[in-house]
Write a protein that binds this ligand. Structure first.
Ligand SMILES: *Cc1c(COP(=O)(O)O)cnc(C)c1O
Length: 396
């Protein structure tokens, strides 16, 4: 049985609405979001959807995180605590701000930051926590926000995999921290190829984000540059597609949740593995299975799923971000490892195997991710359920 994927039309919600929006932009002759109407309309719709005051569009999810981290005004060598299981787009912006990523270990089931590990990682230079809602499961942002408030830190949420995720407190992901960052990259719930959005209730922060995304150029007062910034602007073409996609987001989530509920039900009581339980709050970017330690390892299990025709992978990452050469050995700027090892950082962070053992166990041994898609049918879910049940039974 063929499984539709987000990399093809059959697994996307791209259609007439996106084509009409693109035609409207092309016919207008204005493709730049600085002067066009699509970018402001997308920002307004995003802010409305989340019940926040501001949304700022930009060129990617990584750019969205760079905007948010840059907006915090960190000093070189300041530390940001984040998760070892994420896209590198969570980490690169920290380095781009001359700040130091510090990885805290994760929950053994969700793979989300463990508040106790975050608390233990807080030091004199810690300035922020960047929480990732992994695979669409809410990170414990209320606990992290309490910790951040207690220590005078900022909490930023990486919602790239968590469109319309609801937290344990029933808030939308992205609305507990000072800013929430979203991605519109091809592999995400909705897409315009590449694109990003930041939401915030903080008007001063929103202004800093806009300036940073546009070369520090406040357009209303002429051609001058009031602060350092890059060009992270979203185009009208991207915004037109993203705007149409945003209207389809509730339907995408409803379908993904309904299908996930079917698989969760089918796997209920199956020994040897754990699946997410909070079906209606999860955004189901991927469907994670966490195998019990001592059973088959995740590579074997994923290979079995692949053999049964189910699109699945072991571990999600080759290695945790805390073990990526980009932080363990590679130069960052020029031939130097600044800001990781040079002053003003006054302690060299510990990276590499052994520093986040729970994350390492997930990636190396227990985590399997199954591709998820709103275009699956009940029959697709039943094929997955049968394959998982067979493999779990075979290993006993
Ligand atoms: C995709 C992703 C990013 C980066 O987004 P891009 O749009 O690819 O730059 C960041 N964090 C997480 C968790 C992601 O899944």
């Amino acid at each position: 049985m063929r499984f539709p994927s987000v990399a093809e039309a059959a697994g996307r919600t791209l259609g007439e609405e996106e084509l009409a929006a693109l035609a409207r932009v092309v016919e207008s002759g204005m493709l730049s979001g600085v002067w066009g109407g699509e970018v402001p309309a997308l920002e307004a719709a995003m802010a409305r959807l989340h019940g926040v005051a501001h949304a700022v569009a930009c060129s990617s999810g990584t750019a969205a995180i760079h905007l948010a981290v840059a907006g915090l005004g960190l000093d070189p060598g300041d530390e940001v605590i984040t998760s070892p299981i994420s896209d590198f787009g969570s980490v690169a912006p920290i380095l781009a701000c001359n700040a130091v990523p510090v990885f805290a270990d994760v929950d053994p089931v969700t793979g989300n930051l463990d508040p106790a590990a975050v608390a233990a990682a807080i030091g004199p230079r810690t300035r922020a926590i960047l929480a990732v809602h992994l695979f669409g499961a809410a990170a414990p942002v209320a606990a992290l926000r309490a910790l951040a408030d207690e220590h005078g830190l900022a909490l930023v949420e990486d919602c790239a995999q968590a469109w319309l995720t609801r937290t344990g407190e029933d808030r939308l992901a992205g609305t507990t921290g000072v800013a929430g960052c979203f991605s519109l990259q091809q592999w995400k719930h909705i897409t315009c190829g590449d694109g990003g959005l930041v939401i915030t209730d903080d008007a001063a922060l929103a202004r800093r984000l806009r300036l940073f995304a546009d070369k520090g150029w406040p357009r209303e007062t002429g051609r001058h540059h009031v602060s350092f910034g890059l060009n992270y602007r979203m185009t009208e073409l991207q915004a037109a597609v993203a705007g149409a996609q945003l209207t389809k987001l509730p339907g995408v989530l409803a379908a993904r949740r309904r299908l996930a509920a079917r698989l969760v039900d089918a796997l209920a009581g199956l020994p040897g593995l754990t699946v997410p339980r909070d079906v209606e709050r999860h955004a189901w970017w991927l469907f994670p299975l966490v195998l019990d330690p001592g059973g088959p390892d995740n590579r074997e299990f994923a290979a079995g799923l692949t053999e049964a025709g189910v699109p699945a992978r072991a571990g999600y990452l080759n290695e945790g971000l805390h073990c990526a050469p980009a932080v363990t050995t590679a130069p960052v700027y020029g031939s130097s490892r600044y800001p990781l090892t040079s002053p003003p950082a006054d302690r060299v962070p510990r990276y590499g195997p052994g520093t986040c053992p729970v994350a390492e166990e997930l990636i190396d041994r227990t985590l399997v991710v199954v591709d998820w898609n709103e275009r699956y049918t009940d029959e697709h879910v039943d094929v997955i359920a049968r394959a998982v049940t067979d493999l779990a039974g075979r290993s006993r």
